[in-house]
Design a protein around this ligand. Structure first.
Ligand code: HEC
Ligand code: HEC
Ligand code: HEC
Length: 337
C-alpha cells in the first residue's frame, strides 16, 4: 500500500475515532494514561485521543471554541503550543483541568515530536520500506550527523556567529539544544529556515535518535545529560505559601523520574533579573513579568530573549544555572505548581 493511501485510511480511522469519543466521553482513563506514560514506544495521535477526547466536545470542526479545532491530527498540530500551554496552566478544559498524569502524557507526546503514528501502529500495514532497513534502537549521532545536520543546518548554524547563536556542527551543542531542534524540525517545521521541511524519513530518523536518548556513540549513555541538574535557588522572602520544593523523585522501576520544575522555583529569577524593568506598571515594551499569568502570556518572548538570543536582561545574560532551570521549566510546559 502506498503512503498516500495509508495516510488516507488512517485519517478515516482517526476521524471516526474522534467522533466516537465525542459521543461518549471516556469516564475513567487512568489505566490507559498510566500505561502510556510508563511505556517506551512512540505514542500515536490515536492513542492521545485518551486526552484530546476531553477537548472535542467544544473544539470540533469549523465552529470550534476559540477557533481551535482539536478533533483531527492537523488541528492539534496547528494549535500544539497553545494547547499545551492551556493544558499545563490548567485553564483548559474550563473548570475541569486535566490530571497531572494526563498533562505528563501530553508533554511526553510533544517531546517525542507529537507523532501521528506510534510504535504500536507498526502492526497496521506498513508501507514497504524503500530505504535500507536500519535498526532504530541503534541510531546514534553518526547516523544523523550527515543527512540531517551537515546537509540541512550547518550552512547557517556554524562558524563564529551561528544563526540564532546555535551551532549545529558538533554533538555537544546539538545535545544542549536538542529540545529546540526537535521542536523546530519535527513539530512546527520552522527549520531549516526558509527551506522546505525535512522529508518524513529524515524527521523519523531524527525522532528515533531523540527517542533513543540522542546517543553520541553506540552504547552511549542513553538519556543525554547536557548540564548538571539545576539546583533550585532558595526562594527569598515570603512568596506565596512556602510549599517545600519537591525533591528528586525516587526512580521507581516502572516510572521515568521527572524532576518537576514549577513557577515557585523560577519566580526568583524573574523578580531578581527582570521585574525591575518588566514590573506591573509601565513595563518595557509592554511585557510584564511580575506574575505567573503575565510570564506565561509572554513565554515565547522569555524563551527567545532570555534563553535563545540571551539579549535579556540587556548586557547581562542570566547565569548558566538560571538558564538551565528556566529552560527546564519551559520545557516541562511552564507549570504553575
Ligand atoms: C466545555 C468546553 C471546552 C472544553 C471541554 C475545552 N475547551 Fe478550550 N476553549 C473553550 C472556549 C469557550 C474557548 C474560547 C474562550 C477562551 O479563550 O477562554 C477555548 C479556547 C481554547 C484555546 C485558545 C486559547 C487562546 O488563548 O486563544 C485553546 C488552545 C484551547 N481552548 C485548548 C483546549 C484543550 C487542549 C482542551 C482539552 C484538554 C480544551 N480546550 C477543552 C471551551 C472548551
Ligand atoms: C538558511 C539558514 C538556516 C538554516 C539552513 C537553518 N537555520 Fe535554524 N535558524 C536560522 C536563523 C536565522 C535562526 C534565528 C532565529 C530566526 O531567525 O528564526 C535560526 C534558529 C534556529 C533555532 C533556534 C530557534 C528558536 O526556537 O529559538 C534552532 C533550534 C534551529 N535554528 C535549528 C535548525 C536546524 C535543526 C536546522 C537544520 C535542520 C536549521 N536550523 C537550519 C537559520 C537557519
Ligand atoms: C534593565 C532593564 C531590563 C531588564 C532587567 C530586563 N529587560 Fe527585557 N526589555 C528591556 C527593554 C528596554 C526592552 C525593549 C527592547 C527593545 O525594544 O528592543 C525589553 C524587551 C523585552 C522583551 C520583548 C522583546 C521584543 O522585542 O518583543 C522581552 C520578552 C523581555 N524584555 C524579557 C526580559 C526577561 C525575560 C528579562 C529577565 C530575564 C528581562 N527582559 C530583563 C529592559 C529590560
Amino acid at each position: 500500500m502506498n503512503k498516500i493511501t495509508l495516510l488516507f485510511c488512517s485519517f478515516l480511522i482517526l476521524s471516526s475515532c474522534a467522533y466516537q469519543h465525542d459521543k461518549a466521553a471516556p469516564t475513567d482513563n487512568t489505566n490507559t494514561v498510566n500505561q502510556l506514560n510508563n511505556g517506551t514506544g512512540l505514542i500515536s495521535f490515536s492513542q492521545m485521543q485518551v486526552v484530546f477526547a476531553k477537548c472535542t466536545q467544544c473544539h470540533t470542526g469549523f465552529a470550534a471554541d476559540g477557533g481551535v479545532a482539536l478533533d483531527t491530527y492537523a488541528g492539534v498540530r496547528a494549535n500544539l503550543s497553545y494547547a499545551a500551554n492551556e493544558i499545563n496552566t490548567g485553564s483548559m478544559p474550563p473548570k475541569n483541568p486535566l490530571s497531572m498524569a494526563e498533562r505528563n502524557l501530553v508533554q511526553k507526546w510533544i517531546s517525542q515530536g507529537a507523532p501521528e503514528f506510534g510504535s504500536s501502529d507498526d502492526q497496521t500495514p506498513t508501507p514497504t520500506p524503500t530505504s535500507t532497513p536500519i535498526n532504530p534502537a541503534a541510531i546514534t549521532y553518526a547516523d544523523v550527523k550527515g543527512p540531517i545536520f551537515t546537509q540541512n543546518c550547518i550552512q547557517c548554524h556554524s562558524g563564529a556567529k551561528p544563526a540564532g547563536d546555535i551551532a549545529l556542527d558538533n554533538y555537544a551543542s546539538i545535545n544542549t539544544n536538542l529540545q529546540a531542534v526537535g521542536y523546530d524540525v519535527i513539530v512546527d517545521e520552522s527549520m531549516p529556515k526558509n527551506g522546505p521541511p525535512l522529508s518524513s524519513d529524515l524527521k523519523d530518523l531524527l525522532q528515533q535518535w531523540i527517542l533513543n536518548g540522542a546517543p553520541d556513540a553506540p552504547g552511549g549513555s542513553g538519556t543525554p545529560t547536557p548540564t548538571p541538574p539545576p539546583t533550585p535557588t532558595p526562594t527569598p522572602g515570603p512568596i506565596l505559601t512556602p510549599t517545600p520544593i519537591p525533591s528528586m523523585p525516587k526512580p521507581s522501576p516502572t516510572q521515568t523520574p521527572i524532576l518537576r520544575v514549577t513557577y515557585l522555583q523560577v519566580q526568583p529569577i524573574f523578580s531578581q533579573s527582570c521585574v525591575s524593568c518588566h514590573g506591573a506598571t509601565n513595563p518595557k515594551k509592554g511585557v510584564a513579568l511580575d506574575t505567573f499569568a503575565n510570564v506565561t502570556k509572554n513565554i515565547q518572548g522569555v524563551q527567545s530573549e532570555a534563553l535563545t538570543n540571551k539579549s535579556m536582561p540587556p548586557r547581562s545574560p542570566l547565569s548558566a544555572s538560571d538558564q538551565t532551570l528556566l529552560q527546564e521549566w519551559i520545557g516541562q510546559g511552564a507549570l504553575e505548581e
